[in-house]
Design a protein around this ligand. Sequence first.
Ligand code: KG4
Ligand code: ZN
Length: 335
Amino acid sequence: MYILGIETSCDETAAAIVEDGTRVLSSCIASAAASFAGSGGVIPEDAARAQLECILPTIQSALNQSRLTIQDLSAIAVTAGPGLLGSLLVGTCTARALAHAWQLPVIPVHHTLGHLSSTWLDSHDKLPIFPILTLSVSGGHTELWLRRSHTDQELLGTTLDDAAGEAFDKGAKLLGLGYPGGPLLARLAERNQRQPLLPLPVSRIAGSFNFSFSGLKTALLYHIREHGSEETAWLAASYQSAICTQLTRRVEDALGEHTDVREVHVVGGVSANGALRAAIDALCAARGVQCRYPMRIEYCTDNAAMIAGAAYWIPAGPEVPFVTFASGSLAEKGR
Ligand code: KG4
Ligand code: ZN
């Protein structure tokens, strides 16, 4: 089954073709991120305008690279939410128009479900095994899921304030770096020579798997106000370490409670972070649990392959409820 995926929830315009939820035949992304580097964040109106211009060429590239024809496609999957309204409209309207013209069904996909499915991409040699503990960390959300199948999952914890990626971006801004700040802060942290690191607060919310990053950001702000930001590499490494420690501890807590978990997955933009991967790798090695990240860095950040992949695992038919999540149906919210 070949599914064309379309993802336009933020500043990317992405199209991809995936076979049977795993084999990526093409994955094309046009990003407007560079044009927002000076503004410190995405300007929604500008993002949607850029997407209108590049959505059809991006879909055409995905088709060309896959060497398939329109007749080979089984469905069009599209991110239906959450995201920037104008951007989502560009993707969903394009998907509907093409589906009408090409006589294909449209599968609306919740953006988070896309990230949760990203570890299946290119994993056909060794498919993941449930139950899986998935830490989904991006600019928009920070969630810990216990997944028993593609359609049965429980939200164990979420952030009470900033998302992990947002914390990276805000910390980067305080250190005078550009946008998106996560990769820039990570690169700066690699240059740090000073030990020990600056101790920064690592939140722990008693009796829950929830996260909180706003205190950490404020602590960095106060430190910079008092001591200046001269040793930026040291500050970046300290700040990154505090984020990674909180994320890893929560996974550790959940593994302690859910001892039948077979695999730990980390997905979303922040799963590209090397320090986080090192900490999760060490934890999983100590616990004897398999850990996985998306097979390619471009499957960590927003992409359309994860949307096409997720759609394959969603039960077909309008009468079958999509995936029911603890906080409501992702599919319903997506619609
Ligand atoms: O999943 P994603 O592309 O978009 C959302 O759905 O939000 O995640 C983007 C987020 C941004 O906050 C970005 O700074 C962060 O992921 N990010 C990173 C790294 N690469 C991307 N954060 C830390 N280290 C990285 N290497
Ligand atoms: Zn995302």
